[in-house]
Design a protein around this ligand. Structure first.
Ligand SMILES: O=P(O)(O)OP(=O)(O)OP(=O)(O)OC[C@H]1O[C@@H](n2cnc3c(O)ncnc32)[C@H](O)[C@@H]1O
Length: 210
């Protein structure tokens, strides 16, 4: 059984739709969201912490909306911005400030099961702030840091539009791809093209071959 580590029911719905109901169990665990410019170090750190907590194979899902004209804002801060400004305010800001409304969604899945495998290069090393916070520390911290993690990234391009649709979650109503917003699609339709669907596809292929 795979523990899908998230507090977000929408993510779990899509993971179950893709991987199968019986294979995914939600682990509602709030790992430390380290400050970083990319999703990779956040997801890797989360997977290590979640594995130490659960003692079973875990998959962490970190995602964000990156608006081209805002240099990728809100990116890794997407959850904070959704909670504070709200999705519709982001859309109004884009409409007011930008002629060019292109954006992309990214999703990074991080897998950890305490075992050895062809682990991804450690993204924590790439980010000075995260590395500084993660070096030193006690033995527990050093053991957590040493756990191998495998990363799978997915991305989809689209544009920011006025909200449409009742499905999905988060920024889905304002993200349009090929004429439809993600909130106008079923979970299966969204998975077929989305950042999460692509990352899940890469993960499933690797996991089956293990
Ligand atoms: O950290 P967890 O517990 O998984 O839950 P979260 O919702 O805080 O997840 P993130 O840190 O990955 O935050 C990503 C933000 O982007 C939003 N988001 C993530 N995936 C999305 C998707 O597929 N469609 C629309 N919005 C999405 C989500 O609602 C958050 O506001």
């Amino acid at each position: 059984m795979l523990r899908y580590v998230t507090t977000n029911e929408g993510k779990v719905r899509e993971a179950r739709e893709y991987l199968g109901d019986g294979d995914v169990e939600q682990l509602d665990f709030d790992y430390t969201e380290v400050q970083a410019d990319d999703l990779e170090p956040i997801a890797a750190r989360g997977a290590r912490e979640a594995y130490r907590h659960a003692g079973e194979p875990v998959l962490v899902d970190d995602a964000g909306l990156f608006v081209d004209g805002f240099d990728g804002f809100p990116g890794p801060y997407s959850a904070f911005v959704e909670d504070t400004l709200g999705v519709e305010a982001v859309q109004r800001l884009v409409a007011r400030e930008l002629d060019e409304r292109r954006a992309r969604f990214r999703c990074v899945l991080a897998y950890c099961d305490g075992g050895e495998f062809d682990a991804s290069p450690d993204p924590v090393d790439r980010d000075d702030r995260v590395a500084a916070a993660a070096t030193g520390g006690n033995r527990d911290e050093q053991e957590t840091r040493a756990l191998p993690v495998k990363l799978f990234a997915g991305e989809v391009r689209g544009r920011i539009v006025e909200p449409r649709g009742d499905g999905g979650f988060g920024y889905d109503p304002i993200f349009e791809h090929d004429g439809a917003t993600f909130a106008e699609m079923s979970a299966a339709e969204k998975n077929a093209i989305s950042h999460r669907g692509r990352a899940l596809g890469k993960f499933a292929e690797w996991f089956q071959e293990r």
